[in-house]
Design a protein around this ligand. Structure first.
Ligand SMILES: O=C(O)C1=C[C@@H](OP(=O)(O)O)[C@@H](O)[C@H](O)C1
Ligand SMILES: C=C(OP(=O)(O)O)C(=O)O
Length: 432
C-alpha cells in the first residue's frame, strides 16, 4: 500500500465499535440467560474470532455485518458445550486470555490457539493466577504460550496481585471468578480498562472496583448463579478514533469531528496527552451509552509541544502509543514515553517496530527499556515501512504518511482488518 501525503482533512466520521467492548459483549452474551442484542459491533477480524470461538462452544450467534448487529442466544452460565475442534483466536490476545478464564471452569477439556503472533504472546500471566484458582492449563509447547490445553475444574476464589496493569489478565480472573467458590479479587498496580467490570455488573454479576492506596486498584467478584441478557450499543472505539485525532492535529488546515466515541476515563489517555501537548480538542454531546460514557470529538490542526507520558497514564493509552509517537515527531521539543514495557508483548514489539519505522522516515527517536524518546520537529520523509502484521503499526504509519514529504509504502497494510476494516474508506471520505 502506497500512502501519499494529504493536503487537508475535513468532515465528520463515525469510527467502528469499540474492540474491547465488542469482545466482551460476545462472551457475556454467550454466558447469559436470554438473547443479547449488540449494535455497532466491531466487525473486525479479532471480534469475529471471538464470535467463532463461542459458536464452537455451542452458542447460536447471528451476525448481520451490514448493520453491525449481533444477536447472541445465551446458553446460561453452565450451558457451554465441549468444542469439537481446537478453538482459534486468530490474532486476538483479548479472545485468547479472556476465554481461558471461562474455559478454566467448564466441565470439559478444550484447546485454544491462534496465529503465529498469538503463539508468541505471553500466557504465563493468565496461567499463573488461573492455576492458583484451581485451573488445569497446559502450554502444549511448554513455553507459556498458546496452544493451551485447558481442563475445566472446580475453582476457588483467590486474591491475586498482578505485576502488570492488564485488563486481559484482570478480565480472565474475573470471568473465572464467576464460577469460583468464594470471592475472587485482583489487585493491579494501576487501573486498566474497566469494561469487564462495567459489563459484568450490567449483566447482573456482583462486581466491585476499589482504589486502594495511592495508585493500585482491586476488582472483586462474587460467584454468580446466572447472568441475564441485555441490549448493548457499542461506542465508537477511541483507539480507532486516535488515528483521526492525530491526523487532524498534524495535517494542516484540517477539522474533523468523530461522532459517538467512547471516553471511558480508563481509555481516554490519548485526549489527556493531546491536551498536555497543547491541543485544544472539543467534546460535545457527552452522554452515557449503557454503562459507557461517549462524546463527539472535534479536532483541528494545531502546533504541539513535547510531553512526558508514563505511570498510570500508560494503561489508558497503551494501544495508542504508536500513533502518539508519530504525533510527537510533529511537536516541538522532546517527548518521553516511559513505563510502557508492555509494548514489547503486543502483536509486534511496538518499541522496536515504532523506532525502526520512524527512524526510516527521518525522525530523531531512541528506544529505551520501557519506551522511547522523540526529538520532535524534524520533517518526515517517505520510506518502506514494515507493519509486521501489526494493525496499530500499519494505521499509525498511514497517519505519519499524511504529513510526510514524500510517499510512504506500508508493507502488509491488510492487517488493519483486525480492528478497523474500512479505515481507508473513512480516511478517503475526509481527504481534500
Ligand atoms: O482487555 C482488552 O480488551 C485489551 C487490553 C489491552 O491489553 P492488555 O490487557 O494486555 O494490556 C489492550 O492492549 C488490548 O488491545 C485490548
Ligand atoms: C494489543 C491489541 O489487541 P490484543 O491484545 O487483543 O491482540 C491491540 O489491539 O492493539
Amino acid at each position: 500500500m502506497i500512502m501519499n501525503p494529504v493536503h487537508r482533512l475535513e468532515g465528520e466520521i463515525t469510527v467502528p465499535g469499540d474492540k474491547s467492548i465488542s469482545h466482551r459483549s460476545v462472551m457475556l452474551g454467550s454466558l447469559a440467560k436470554g438473547t443479547t442484542v449488540v449494535t455497532h459491533f466491531l466487525e473486525g477480524a479479532d471480534c469475529l474470532s471471538s464470535i467463532q470461538c463461542f459458536r464452537s462452544l455451542g452458542v447460536k450467534i447471528h451476525n448481520d455485518p451490514d448493520k453491525g448487529l449481533v444477536r447472541i442466544e445465551g446458553r446460561g452460565l453452565h450451558g457451554l458445550q465441549a468444542p469439537e475442534q481446537i478453538l482459534d483466536a486468530g490474532n486476538s490476545g483479548t479472545t485468547t486470555r479472556l476465554i481461558s478464564g471461562i474455559l478454566s471452569a467448564q466441565p470439559f477439556t478444550s484447546m485454544i490457539t491462534g496465529d503465529a503472533s498469538i503463539q508468541k504472546r505471553p500466557m504465563g500471566r493468565i496461567i499463573t493466577p488461573l492455576s492458583m484458582m484451581g485451573a488445569e492449563i497446559e502450554s502444549i509447547r511448554g513455553n507459556d504460550c498458546a496452544p493451551l490445553k485447558i481442563t475445566g475444574q472446580n475453582l476457588h476464589g483467590i486474591h491475586y496481585t498482578s505485576p502488570v496493569a492488564s485488563a486481559q489478565v484482570k478480565s480472565a480472573i474475573l470471568l473465572a471468578g464467576l464460577y469460583a467458590q468464594g470471592t475472587t479479587r485482583i489487585t493491579e498496580p494501576s487501573l486498566s480498562r474497566n469494561h469487564s467490570e462495567l459489563m459484568l455488573s450490567a449483566f447482573g454479576a456482583k462486581v466491585s472496583s476499589i482504589p486502594d492506596g495511592s495508585k493500585s486498584y482491586t476488582a472483586a467478584i462474587h460467584p454468580a448463579d446466572e447472568l441475564y441478557a441485555i441490549d448493548i450499543s457499542v461506542p465508537g472505539d477511541i483507539s480507532s478514533a486516535a488515528y483521526f485525532i492525530a491526523a487532524g492535529l498534524i495535517v494542516p488546515n484540517s477539522c474533523i469531528t468523530i461522532k459517538n466515541v467512547g471516553i471511558n476515563p480508563t481509555r481516554d489517555g490519548i485526549l489527556r496527552v493531546c491536551k498536555a501537548m497543547g491541543a485544544n480538542i472539543t467534546m460535545e454531546n457527552i452522554h452515557n451509552e449503557g454503562m459507557e460514557p461517549v462524546a463527539d470529538i472535534t479536532v483541528r490542526s494545531q502546533s504541539l509541544h513535547g510531553t512526558v507520558i508514563g505511570g498510570e497514564l500508560i494503561p489508558t493509552l497503551i494501544d495508542e502509543i504508536p500513533v502518539i509517537a508519530v504525533l510527537a515527531c510533529f511537536a516541538s521539543g522532546t517527548t518521553i514515553i516511559k513505563d510502557a514495557a508492555e509494548l514489547k508483548v503486543k502483536e509486534s514489539n511496538r518499541i522496536d517496530t515504532v523506532v525502526e519505522a520512524l527512524s526510516a522516515m527521518g525522525a530523531r527517536i531512541t528506544a529505551t527499556e520501557d519506551g522511547m524518546i522523540i526529538e520532535g520537529g524534524a520533517p518526515l520523509h517517505g520510506a518502506k515501512i514494515q507493519s509486521y502484521d501489526d494493525h496499530r503499526i500499519a494505521m499509525a504509519f498511514s497517519v505519519a504518511a499524511m504529513n510526510s514529504e514524500s510517499p510512504v509504502e506500508i508493507v502488509g497494510a491488510e492487517c488493519i482488518r483486525i480492528s478497523y476494516p474500512d479505515f481507508f474508506g473513512d480516511l478517503n471520505a475526509l481527504r481534500y
